[in-house]
Design a protein around this ligand. Sequence first.
Ligand code: C2E
Ligand code: MG
Ligand code: MG
Ligand code: MG
Length: 279
Amino acid sequence: DTAMYTSKERKNSYHFFSSKNDRRLKLENGLRTALSNNEFRIYYQPQIDLKTGDIIAVEALLRWNHPEFGLISPAEFIPLAEETGRINPIGKWVLNTVCQQNKLWEKSGLPCLRIAVNVSSVQFQNASFIEDVKEILRENRLAPQYLELEITESIMQDVKKVLPIIRKLKEIGVKISIDDFGTGYSSLNVLNQLPIDYLKIDQSFIKDVLSSTNTEAIVKTIIQMGHSMNFMLIAEGIENREQVGFLVHNQCQMGQGFLFSRPLPAEEIESILATKYEI
Ligand code: C2E
Ligand code: MG
Ligand code: MG
Ligand code: MG
């Protein structure tokens, strides 16, 4: 009811929404030309073996360097790209760029790494996705085990549609992980049927694991369940040594987070790939 607002408030909210919509419109339009204008960048965050301290994989995280707004978070533009369908060419570009980069690292004699790529559920269910993955691996002559596809739990809502896709991807030989595990829709019965390799424990749990006994119980339970279903566990969002201690004690195999490294551009990540972290 507009009578609840003074005319000044109405005016302010009008301006607020109009500038918000303005940004949204500009981003939506910009997404159409962002690829051809070379505005995307991939940052890489190391994943650490919590037994040895070695970097054994990196996660690719997309950034958009917008001509007017500067670096934009994927949390803002990925949903827009999904709505407009631009996610398919963008996601394909990410996959190709990451495989090319991995081949370059291999050729330059760096230790072999797996690169994890976030895949939107829209992209994952696109009819040409499986063929795209095959073609990109073939064109870059990259062995499939060096590519990991991260999907989220929400994808399991349509298990009849998604399970055959996961199976075909496993036949190709790529690795599959469930990202942000514990925050979404998840039937443990469905999880049990999925031929996946990694469970990534969501960073919200790692954040509170030392301060909340409930969260501590949740993380322990996820780890135990993951072990019994033969998934490798990756903890996300590790920011301090106490969290590492807890995770090592509870036999979580891998971790990533600002404590080890923030996501970095390829040139910067190269110089730390051989790092051995103290655990
Ligand atoms: P995600 O895949 O769960 O990625 C983890 C996010 O947590 C990243 O944010 C990363 O920078 C951040 N992070 C890593 N370590 C820490 C830490 O120790 N503390 C805190 N507070 N944060 C940490 P980012 O890069 O902004 O990405 C946000 C989300 O956007 C990703 O969440 C992923 O769902 C999505 N995303 C990123 N790149 C892509 C992409 O290429 N394709 C698709 N479809 N989605 C992407
Ligand atoms: Mg991820
Ligand atoms: Mg995550
Ligand atoms: Mg996330």
